[in-house]
Design a protein around this ligand. Structure first.
Ligand code: 7JO
Ligand code: MG
Length: 214
């Protein structure tokens, strides 16, 4: 039977990456997706911007919306301090199965908690079910028209504190126009655009970093 793209990405990791070496997992996925078949990972170029924001924030609690195969999850988790926790939400069970195997290959299972379901349903349960107070960093990389409603939902649920950083992928391509308009015009956010390119292409894309001012 025909394999799926996520299965082929996992195969590339298992063939080319070293068990327990997260950066080799990231490199193996990038090499596969740049040379064999495109996939919607944040990628190596935007990934460097992601790395710099993660290092700057040095977060104890991270929320990722949209796991896919776990490329950015591994990239972020590999930079976290020892007792930091990363919760990642993914509603496609097939993608979740692959992502869990990618985390295991990277040796990061203890740092990453993948929760299957839709962000809109899970965000209101974060405090009670997952013992979270607030998130220091949120990486938005799920359906682009969910960026704004889920940001408002995180505010309503008290999951953001003064200084919480939102980092959103794909604000140009595929685009998140309503989200961009909101964070750039709201007095409660200080926003900054990092111009880059759509993963593995020359198409313009970028990351928007928005600090919640409380
Ligand atoms: C949306 C996907 C990423 C994942 O997010 C999960 N997801 C969704 N909504 C929810 C939720 N509400 N809760 C939990 N999980 C959720 C899903 O199942 C995917 O696995 N990402 C993209 O579609 C994406 C697309 C492109 C792209 C760019 C140019 C093109 F020509 C074609 C595609 C680039 C990117 O960089 C992306 O990130
Ligand atoms: Mg993306």
């Amino acid at each position: 039977t025909q394999s799926t793209r996520p299965q082929r990405i996992l195969g590339a990791v298992q063939r080319n990456a070293t068990r327990g070496d997260p950066r080799s997992v990231v490199r193996a996925i990038d090499q596969y997706c740049r040379n064999q078949e495109w996939a919607m990972n944040v990628g190596d170029e935007k990934g460097c911007i992601l790395d710099s924001v993660v290092s700057e924030v040095n977060p104890a609690t991270v929320l990722e919306l949209g796991t896919y195969c776990g490329y950015s999850t591994v990239r972020i988790a590999s930079l976290l301090p020892p007792h930091a926790k990363l919760i990642t939400l993914e509603f496609n069970p097939e993608f979740a199965v692959i992502a869990r195997q990618v985390f295991a290959w990277a040796g990061l299972e203890d740092k990453i908690q993948l929760v299957e379901g839709a962000s809109g349903d899970l965000i209101p349960k974060m405090k009670e079910q997952f013992g979270v107070e607030t998130f220091d960093l949120v990486f938005l990389d799920h359906w682009k028209d969910r960026y704004l409603p889920d940001t408002k939902l995180m505010e309503e649920c008290g999951l953001l504190r003064k200084g919480s950083v939102l980092l959103a992928d794909n604000v140009i391509c595929p685009g998140a126009p309503e989200y961009l308009e909101f964070v750039r015009s709201s007095p409660r956010y200080e926003s900054q655009y990092f111009k880059s390119h759509l993963e593995y292409t020359k198409v313009e894309d970028g990351l928007e970093k928005s600090v919640f001012l409380g």
